[in-house]
Design a binder for this molecule. Structure first.
Ligand code: SF4
Length: 265
């Protein structure tokens, strides 16, 4: 049995990996980080730091550059549109394929490799991999079994009865004053205004990249989107959104969640 951490590099999966490193959870064989190549620099810096703390390897896998693929109107197989769930003029979201194609599938491919399967080789019927998913007690509703019979999902933070807040406290005790990264794509349409505002003030480079991307998707060179699409839920260009009021402070913070759960795949 191979024990693998699905490492999103957000709060929960970071703490789960470090708890193993501190002997508070059993030692896994490795962790896997799926890189959309569209995360803020602070996430990659956090991952570099985290990797240096862990006594087990972190495999970084990628299905390509999500941002560039979206702008080019291709998906990971070069066939159709790699859809980020943009807000669409008139209501609703665009199709959500990014998590499956750029996060779940590259991890699955690596899991197959870890148990020695060749391309298209049939997977074993029995469980060969235990995949640790970083879900805390406040998010228990997101627990889902693996769709592959040979992979068993487990939730060590649930077993340890840890909430997201417990994870934050655990990290603060071990690594005082060290910030935890907020792992998600720079221009994810699930960002709330608290996060957009924080990015605009504290990470202006990422915000400028998100603004550029938001403007570019409406040029829609690939012709894949029939209606105007926006990264901000107001369906206004991101650069025109006023983030100064604080009324939205109580809204759901996407970063209480990992991307996998948010996309519901
Ligand atoms: S963070 Fe957002 S844009 Fe990135 S893969 Fe997840 S849902 Fe898609």
């Amino acid at each position: 049995m191979i024990e693998v951490i699905s490492l999103g590099a957000g709060v929960q999966s970071t703490v789960m990996a470090l708890m193993a490193a501190h002997g508070e959870l059993p030692m896994p064989d490795c962790a896997i980080f799926a890189d959309t190549q569209f995360e803020p620099e602070e996430v990659y810096a956090h991952l570099d730091w985290l990797e240096a703390q862990l006594p087990f390897p972190v495999h970084r896998v990628t299905a390509g550059n999500l941002k560039q693929d979206v702008l080019d109107g291709v998906n990971t197989t070069g066939q159709s549109f790699a859809a980020i769930p943009f807000h669409i003029e008139g209501g609703g979201f665009a199709r959500r394929q990014c998590t499956k194609e750029y996060k779940i599938e590259p991890i699955r491919k690596k899991l197959r490799e870890l148990i020695g399967l060749k391309f298209r080789e049939r997977a074993p019927k029995e469980i060969s991999i235990r995949q640790w998913i970083g879900i805390s007690t406040d998010e228990a509703v997101r627990m889902k079994p693996s769709r592959d019979k040979w992979v068993q999902n487990i939730w060590p933070l649930i077993d340890a009865e840890m909430s997201r807040n417990d994870c934050l406290k655990w990290f603060e005790r071990r690594y005082p004053l060290r910030p935890l990264a907020k792992s998600a794509c720079i221009a994810c349409p699930f960002h709330n205004d608290v996060l957009w505002r924080d990015m605009k003030i504290n990470d202006p480079e990422s915000f400028a990249e998100a603004v550029q991307f938001d403007n570019d998707i409406r040029k829609n060179k690939s012709g894949q989107l029939r209606k105007q699409a926006f990264v901000h839920r107001s369906c206004k260009p991101l650069e025109e959104v006023d983030f100064r009021n604080l009324e939205d402070m109580g809204q759901l913070n996407f970063f209480n969640e990992e991307c996998e759960g948010m996309c519901g795949v």
